[in-house]
Design a protein around this ligand. Structure first.
Ligand code: SAM
Ligand code: SF4
Length: 469
């Protein structure tokens, strides 16, 4: 039985977090180095250790932190980068989130909810670009419940283009549901359920959410509990950075992850760390009360990589290209590209539409441009969905990941999906750069594996699709 939110407990111990931040301020270099040494074992960090690393201010220590994060990222994830795009289904919303352009009080926003036909058009446009993994995004409106969302998910899966293939994984970012509602979303075949707490600091949360269902802090805080109770074992958490002290938010995220692990034996599959971007009629989005500067942001990503080594870290197009580039080797494992932030955007020839979009994106480049750049830096773009389709999710995935499975299976699968991209969607310069990378990477495998991968690549070149190990 689900608890009413009056009976729910705030498991974020604000006082303890504040005290930890205070007690670990300006840490001794020896302490920082001791924690960095422990981080290399990739077993994760405590809240206190994380707080120490977040507050290591000395440039030399920060450089050591960055190089440790790079080592751990490389050891666990290798040089793969998972790519996806958001697909906005509705911008209608009954909530009053002070920072969001979809806020019900924003009367200048053109409201739009996609029909099935419009969803299909968007999906075809995304498939033509080469996307295989989508994140569906929804405003929260009483008219749109779990049944309706489940239908939209099915429409996306059913939209298969003869020319450009199909979407293989649908993740969603939508308002918290009752357990029953989550069950319906699970049955519709979602991959990850994603929902951001925005801020773990309750008074700040309550001052920014003055109306609608979302104003209830505890209801949102327990969203992942309900999702997991409904059988969704891949959940994605996050905080919206800029609203409150970033150190508090990071420790809040870890406390939340620990709580899930305690109850369900598994923490979040991914973490996101969106920063506030300008949004129509949302004053606070233009002037964040607690902005986090780029260097700090980089440090935070590196620390997260060490604190939760096996949790995916997601970077959106809110950030601009230069910063995005520098965050990849520090820890990011999933990247959105070619994103548009309003319903109907991908089949809309006019790009820039402040009157409908949620917020301004910082990286406007196309998927192909982003791919060409990351390939130039040695990253293998991946659209692999094998684990999820073979039931290797949640706790089961974490167990496998810890046994070096990522290198043995994920990297070959990344190469296979990338080869499909190169064959079907890439521009000529991207294809040339990509094929050269694939060839180099295959050479690096031990002989037995190399032959298997080479023969699968050959089959893809000859027209077979959706091959994975
Ligand atoms: N309506 C659902 C909700 O609030 O959970 C899901 C969709 S909402 C559009 C997705 C996320 O966008 C929010 O959780 C919030 O973190 C983020 N967001 C809202 N306004 C933003 C802004 N101005 N800049 C960056 N991210 C923003
Ligand atoms: Fe609505 Fe979500 Fe935007 Fe809040 S953040 S106004 S709930 S779409």
């Amino acid at each position: 039985m689900t608890l009413g939110s009056k009976e729910l407990k705030n498991f974020i111990d604000e006082q303890a977090i504040a005290q930890t931040i205070e007690a670990t301020n300006n840490p001794a270099p020896s302490k920082v180095r001791e924690i960095l040494a422990k981080s290399r074992e990739a077993k994760g960090l405590t809240i206190e250790e994380t707080s120490v690393l977040l507050q290591a201010d000395d440039p030399e220590l920060r450089a050591e932190l960055f190089s440790t994060a790079r080592e751990v990222k490389k050891a666990i994830y290798g040089n793969r980068l998972v790519l996806f795009a958001p697909l906005y289904i509705t911008n209608e919303c009954g909530n009053r989130c002070a920072y969001c352009g979809f806020n019900v009080e924003n009367k200048d926003l053109e409201r739009r909810t996609l029909t099935d036909e419009e969803i299909r058009r968007e999906v075809y446009a995304l498939e033509d670009m080469g996307h295989k993994r989508l994140l569906l995004v929804y405003g929260e409106h009483p008219r749109f419940g779990a049944d309706w969302m489940a239908d939209t998910i099915r429409v996306v899966y059913d939209t298969v283009s003869e020319k450009s293939g199909e979407i293989r994984r649908v993740n969603i970012n939508c308002a918290p549901q009752e357990v029953e509602g989550f069950r319906k979303l699970h049955e519709a075949g979602i991959g990850t359920y994603q929902c951001f707490q925005e801020t773990y600091h309750r008074a700040t949360y309550e001052s920014l959410h003055k109306g609608g269902r979302k104003k209830d802090f505890l209801w949102r805080l327990h969203a992942m509990h309900r999702a997991m109770e409904a059988g969704i074992d891949d959940v994605g958490m996050g905080a919206l950075f800029g609203l409150y002290d970033y150190r508090f938010e990071v420790l809040g995220l870890l406390a939340h992850a620990a709580e899930l692990e305690k109850h369900f034996g598994v923490g979040p599959h991914t973490l996101s760390f969106p920063r506030l971007e300008p949004a129509q009629n949302a004053e606070i989005a233009y002037h964040p009360p607690c902005p986090i500067p780029n260097e700090r942001f980089k440090q935070m990503v590196a620390v997260l990589r060490l604190a939760v080594p096996y949790t995916g870290l997601i970077l959106s197009t809110r950030e601009e290209p230069t910063l995005r580039r520098s965050l990849l080797d520090l820890g990011v494992s999933q990247l959105s590209a070619g994103s548009r932030t309003y319903p109907g955007a991908y089949s809309d020839p006019a790009y820039d539409r402040p009157e409908v979009q949620q917020f301004c994106v910082g990286d406007n480049r196309s998927l192909d441009e982003v791919i060409r750049e990351v390939v130039g830096q040695g990253w293998i773009p991946s659209w692999c969905t094998a684990c999820y389709r073979l039931g290797r999710t949640g706790e089961h995935f974490m167990e496998l990941a810890k046994k070096g499975f990522i290198q043995e299976f994920c990297k070959p699968n990344a190469l296979l999906t990338f080869k499909e991209y190169l064959q079907d969607y890439a521009t000529a310069p991207t294809r040339a750069a990509g094929d050269a990378l694939v060839e180099r990477e295959v050479e690096d495998f031990p002989e037995a594996r190399r032959d298997l991968i080479a023969s699968r690549l050959q089959r893809i070149a000859q027209g077979e699709r959706d091959l994975y190990i």
